[in-house]
Design a protein around this ligand. Structure first.
Ligand SMILES: [Ca+2]
Length: 340
């Protein structure tokens, strides 16, 4: 069937790719002008601007796929159940469990060094890149410079572009060869360049930090980053709880069922009691804990340990954090579905 909007979109795409030039947003300079000022920024950061030219391989033009992807980001409107079902799809659970066994030794090493359980590392590996199968094949520097020019968070992407040049220099590769997602996330754990520089770590002891090709380095890097974000060893991420009375407004639940953190003693005064295991595993009575009721009053209720917030610092979405940790539970349990 003839579809006008698809045709228009196709024509626009053809127009962009044949002209090789995308228009600047209102109030922004043309890309070539921006590129010249960005070269100066690179120099001010103590790097040779020739590195930037190498990354663009002499063709100074915006990287169109980054702009296209930026415009087409799906709004996450899914329910908790559908989101979790997708993230915990059977192939991912089963592959995760198999890889947990296959890489037992390297994972144990990363876990001992960082305190992060192997299954949490494997779960993030699975979510971020389908266990290394989907790292993104976009040229990172041109994509980030394009977003620095076009995106509302241009300053953030500009800093990441400069850091991407540092990553290439550190690895001794041509910056044009640095690949990742359209938004600049790199390798099997999808680190932004700044996170690579700060947190990526050598897991197999060869002196190189290769999150693209070496699973041991991916595991050590993910664990090191989670530790830096505050991961606490041997603390459960959730414990089931019972609530006998209606909680006050001041508990502060958002529309996704995640409360503000409050001291455990406060929750206990509100009548919250553990369903089974004692809350003492999550910390003392003054430890600030969140409650999570992803399906509302009628669904399950959990007190969350501090490691849930660590996952929120990895990716600020309560659905993401819960799914990653549920997937980890599943992977540790031979790929069986966890209790939700
Ligand atoms: Ca290595």
């Amino acid at each position: 069937m003839f579809n006008r909007s698809v045709l228009t979109a196709t024509l626009l795409l053809v127009a962009c790719s044949t002209q090789g030039e995308l228009a600047a947003k209102p109030g922004k300079p043309p890309f070539k002008e921006f590129y010249q000022s960005f070269r100066q920024q690179v120099a001010a950061e103590g790097l040779n601007p020739a590195l930037l030219d190498e990354a663009f391989d002499g063709k100074v033009q915006p990287y169109a796929p980054a702009i296209k992807s930026e415009a087409n980001q799906p709004e996450i409107k899914s329910t908790f159940e559908s989101y979790v079902a997708k993230m915990l799809a059977k192939p991912r659970r089963e592959k995760g469990a198999a890889l947990l066994a296959e890489h037992k030794k390297e994972l144990a090493k990363a876990s001992q060094a960082t305190g992060v359980p192997p299954e949490v590392i494997v779960a993030l590996w699975g979510i971020e890149s389908n266990f290394g199968a989907n790292m993104g094949n976009h040229p990172v520097v041109p994509a980030l410079v394009t977003l620095a020019w076009d995106n509302d968070r241009g300053e953030f992407f500009g800093k990441e572009a400069v850091n991407a040049l540092r990553v290439a220099r550190k690895r001794g590769i041509n910056p044009a060869e640095l690949t990742g997602s359209w938004a600049g996330a790199m390798g099997q754990c999808q680190f932004m360049p700044s996170n690579y520089l700060k947190h990526a770590a050598d897991g197999n002891g060869d002196g190189k930090v290769d999150i693209w090709n070496t699973p041991a380095d991916v595991f050590m890097s993910a664990g090191t980053f989670l530790k830096a974000l505050g991961w606490q060893k041997d603390v459960p991420w959730r414990l089931p709880a019972q609530v006998s009375v209606k909680l006050p407004e001041s508990a502060g639940f958002n529309e996704r069922g995640l409360s503000e953190p409050h001291p455990l003693a406060q929750w206990q005064r509100w009548g919250v009691v553990p369903k089974g295991t004692s809350f003492s595993k999550l910390g003392g009575t003054e430890t600030a804990l969140r409650m999570y009721r992803p399906l509302g009053d009628k669904g399950p209720t959990y007190m969350l340990g501090p490691n849930f917030d660590v996952l929120l610092r990895w990716n600020y979405s309560s659905y993401f954090a819960a799914s990653a940790l549920l997937l980890a539970e599943s992977i540790a349990n031979e790929g069986n579905l966890p209790d939700v």
